[in-house]
Design a protein around this ligand. Structure first.
Ligand code: MN
Length: 202
């Protein structure tokens, strides 16, 4: 079974004004769709066909640029859509709140660390909140479509929150103002989903 472009689960305009409808439509229907199609092409007829995306990325040959770029792109965007939600966002609470406060000191200090990782990623890439074995969390960033599941990526653990800082993710609305886009992202984080991912990963 080939990989399928996942549904967003909400309308393209649902995250406006924080993320505008046109950006969401192009990002999902063109960019993510492109990664999905190219991933399927890259694994067709190889022993990767039929494996889960997590299995493919965890055991990836990093010199396989077709699978690295498009498998990363497929996985990263699939996570990204779920950690945003305009309606049922929830709040940071419970065990994840305690874990974040233990690691960073406060929710605000976490937001500063995450924002800094996103703002200082040179060129294209992603900022992440990851869960390490044992349940501790850390913030980091990766270039291009790399992600923390891949071998040798120093940013360890399982990603539970990710922010796309490629220009295609924000340029139509924010132009060069990446920091404004990062600030806006905190208004649409789906904490219920992040907590669910934390519970599954820890
Ligand atoms: Mn993207």
């Amino acid at each position: 079974m080939a990989f399928q472009l996942p549904e967003l689960g909400y309308a393209y305009d649902a995250l406006a004004p924080h993320i505008d409808a046109r950006t969401m439509e192009i990002h999902h229907s063109k960019h993510h769709n492109g990664y999905t199609t190219k991933l399927n092409g890259a694994i067709a007829g190889t022993d990767l066909e039929g494996k889960s995306i997590e299995d493919i990325l965890t055991n990836l040959d990093m010199s396989n640029s077709g699978v690295r770029n498009n498998g990363g792109g497929f996985y990263n965007h699939s996570l990204f859509w779920t950690v945003m939600n305009p309606n049922d966002k929830g709040i940071l609470n419970g065990e994840l709140k305690e874990t974040i406060e233990a690691a960073f000191g406060s929710k605000e200090a976490f937001m500063d660390a995450f924002s800094n990782a996103a703002a200082t990623q040179f060129g294209s890439g992603w900022a992440w909140l990851c869960v390490l074995p044992g349940g501790k969390v850390e913030v980091c960033a990766t270039p291009n479509q790399d992600n923390p599941l891949m071998p040798g990526v120093t940013c360890g653990g399982t990603p539970i929150l990710g922010l796309d800082v490629w220009e295609h993710a924000y340029y139509l609305n924010y132009q060069n103002r990446r920091p404004d886009y990062i600030t806006a992202f905190f208004n649409v984080i789906n904490w219920n989903e992040v907590a669910k991912r934390y519970a599954a990963a820890k």
